[in-house]
Design a binder for this molecule. Structure first.
Ligand code: SF4
Ligand code: FES
Length: 249
């Protein structure tokens, strides 16, 4: 396939950005989207030009590093799929594809398609630790937990922290991300000690980092590569109200 690409180029955080035209030749339908960009970059480097900066790590859909908006959709057109797992067979010969970075005030652009997502790290850090009894490693079955509770918690724990939910939201809200993390711990016995403190601290940190509020658009759920349900946001709101009433703040 031969594809026309319109790729966001921006030399640095304060530089002006623009969409730059590139051509990707000899693209195999079996290539991943990132492998296609690797080939474009090899061509640029051979010509002595600056390679297009983009994030990736595992390329297996588990680390949350890849972060491209493809034709206006974070992670591209395939539902429940990270952009590193998006394959070029999804496109047709001659297509024009626009590639942009996550866009949100809390995720400033570092260069080209890479953004700084350390605001998510600060939210996780604000959530803090879980208290456990010290001593020897506890028996795996010492705390019985119902199967449906475990599965619910693990479904929430599937969030890979990619930030697509923020990029898709017109408010740049981090609610789906936070609600996944909060739900994961709020419904397990191990997460109870800090339950109230955690939800208040994480939401305060998200506000401080400039994430917006939630107005139930549902765009976050639609683009989430791990299909985290928006119902988690309702649980987070209930957790927050309970915590505010309990702690007075
Ligand atoms: S909730 Fe989904 S889209 Fe948001 S950070 Fe987690 S995995 Fe990514
Ligand atoms: S590179 Fe790890 S999830 Fe895409």
């Amino acid at each position: 396939m031969r594809l026309k690409l319109r790729i966001w180029r921006q030399a640095g955080p304060t530089a002006a950005g623009r969409l730059e035209d590139h051509v990707a030749d000899n693209v195999s339908p079996d290539m991943s989207f990132l492998e296609m960009l690797d080939v474009v970059n090899e061509g640029l480097v051979r010509k002595g030009q600056d390679a297009i900066a983009f994030d990736s790590d595992c390329r297996e859909g588990i680390c949350g590093m890849c972060s491209l908006v493809v034709d206006g959709v974070p992670h591209g057109p395939d539902r429940g799929t990270t952009v590193c797992q998006l394959h070029m067979r999804r496109f047709k010969d001659g297509d024009t594809i626009t590639v942009e970075p996550w866009r949100a005030k809390a995720f400033p652009i570092i260069k080209d398609l890479t953004v700084d997502r350390s605001a998510f790290d600060r939210i996780i850090a604000a959530g803090g630790y879980v208290s456990v009894n010290c001593g020897g490693a506890p028996d795996g079955n010492a705390i019985p937990i119902a199967k449906d509770v475990v599965e619910h918690a693990m479904d929430s724990a599937a969030c890979i922290g990619c930030g697509a939910c923020v990029a898709a939201c017109k408010n740049a809200s981090a609610h789906l991300f936070m609600s996944a993390k909060i739900s994961h711990l709020a419904i397990l016995p191990q997460g109870q000690v800090e339950r109230h403190r955690r939800v208040v601290a994480m939401i305060r940190q998200a506000d401080a980092d400039g994430f917006g509020s939630c107005s139930n658009e549902g765009e976050c759920e639609a683009v989430c590569p791990k299909e985290i349900p928006i119902s988690n946001i309702a649980r987070m709101t209930r957790e927050y109200v309970k915590a505010a009433l309990t702690t007075g703040g």
